[in-house]
Ligand binder design. Structure first.
Ligand SMILES: [Zn+2]
Length: 385
């Protein structure tokens, strides 16, 4: 079945991938799924997993539960110090190609393959007493149906990473669907990607709490077509209680664009009195772990992923920041003025004593605790109005 497969270089690995997947905007499911646009997603995961290995300092096993052609799993085997990689997919063609990929990258000894339904593989692993240090879920669409099973199959203080490509659901276009898939309402706002990430974390937290576990988010990012979260799963009823305390709501005013963290699912705007649009319940705690992100910088340098240093540094800066960011170009459009340099806006906000930093979630965004009227005043001043 080598017909139709071509060599594709990604990171330090060479991958055999279906030729068609490199040609079309929506990669085909047959003979097996591979998305070349996921390269950045996979690069960052290599940095995160290697950082986790560096911090934990022991043999780790890794499970890619929906492995496709093995792009992530084989790369983890080849490019990190993870000791054992499990690759599972229900598509036999995918497993055939994943094995070939392990062979050509000389990591066959590190890899185990399984051709099974994800849920069945996870349940069988638990039955056999096999648990995993890191489990990755990278589905076509929502990871929601897999969350409970992976929570149950990850080791104590292990890590779960999730990709979600149902961005319209998480980002407020289909808010009712978000309620069904993630138990929280999404909201179409300028910071909808952050709301989406927070819904993913709350879905993880709810599932974890059911099994007397907690979650600790460590790194989050998003692009137009996917959202991605990484969390450590902690053990104990107290951990579950603690993480449920981080579940709340975000209220957004459609009139003056003010936003606020809420503990109830309704409220009125503190500026203009308008009834708030509310997203949630969702995770309102931190979505980056500062020390972990700091360690990622070192890993990225060592692995030669220098192009991600700027992103990692921004995540470090915003790790302790408030909820939500303002898209400066959007505020300027509302004010009908030209958009100034984002760095200048950050500088002015800091001069006034507010928390302010750029954000990895939007290149034109500023994460700040300053009220909208202060941001508007600064922008008008910068535009000499
Ligand atoms: Zn308002």
């Amino acid at each position: 079945m080598n017909n139709g497969l071509v060599e594709y270089r990604e990171g330090k690995s060479i991958l055999l991938v279906p030729e068609e997947s490199l040609k079309s905007n929506v990669p085909p499911m047959q003979p097996a799924f591979f998305n070349p646009r996921g390269a950045e997603n996979r690069d960052i995961s290599i940095i995160v997993y290697q950082t986790f290995y560096n911090l934990v300092g022991k043999n780790l096993n890794f499970l890619d539960i929906l492995c496709g052609v093995g792009a992530r799993g084989v790369r983890v085997a080849k490019e990190t110090d993870v000791a054992k990689v499990y690759l599972n997919d229900i598509n036999p063609n995918a497993i055939y190609i994943a094995k070939k990929n392990a062979e050509i990258n000389n990591v066959m000894e590190k890899c185990m393959f399984s051709n099974d339904y994800a849920e069945h593989f996870l349940a069988s692993s638990r039955r056999d007493g096999n648990y995993f240090d890191i489990i990755d879920v990278d589905p076509f669409g929502t990871p929601s149906p897999f969350i409970e099973d992976v929570i149950r199959t990850v080791k104590r203080d292990g890590m779960i990473s999730l990709t979600a490509t149902d961005t319209p659901v998480l980002c407020g276009i289909h808010e009712r669907t978000a309620l069904r898939k993630y138990y929280g309402r999404s909201l179409r706002t300028e910071y909808c990607h952050e709301i989406g990430l927070r819904l993913l974390y709350s879905a993880l937290a709810f599932a974890a709490a059911r099994y007397d576990k907690g979650i600790k988010p460590i790194f989050s990012h998003s692009t137009r077509h996917y959202l991605r979260v990484y969390a450590i799963i902690t053990d104990g009823a107290e951990e579950g209680d603690k993480c449920l305390e981080e579940i709340g709501y975000i209220g957004h005013c459609s009139i003056c664009h003010d936003r606020i963290r809420l503990w109830e699912n309704s409220g009125v705007c503190r500026r203009c009195g308008q009834k708030l649009n509310v997203a949630g319940p969702l995770w309102v705690g931190k979505i980056f772990e500062k020390k972990f992100v700091e360690a990622m910088e070192d890993t990225a340098k060592k692995l030669g992923f220098r192009k991600y240093l700027k992103m990692i540094n921004l995540a470090y800066m915003e790790a302790e920041g408030p909820i939500s960011y303002h898209v400066v170009s959007g505020v300027c459009d509302r004010l009908q003025i030209t958009t100034p340099s984002i760095d200048k806006v950050v500088e002015r906000l800091r001069e006034k004593g507010y928390f302010a930093t750029r954000t990895i979630l939007n290149s034109r965004g500023v994460r700040t605790d300053a009220p909208v009227n202060v941001i508007e005043e600064i922008l008008l001043k910068l535009a000499n109005i």
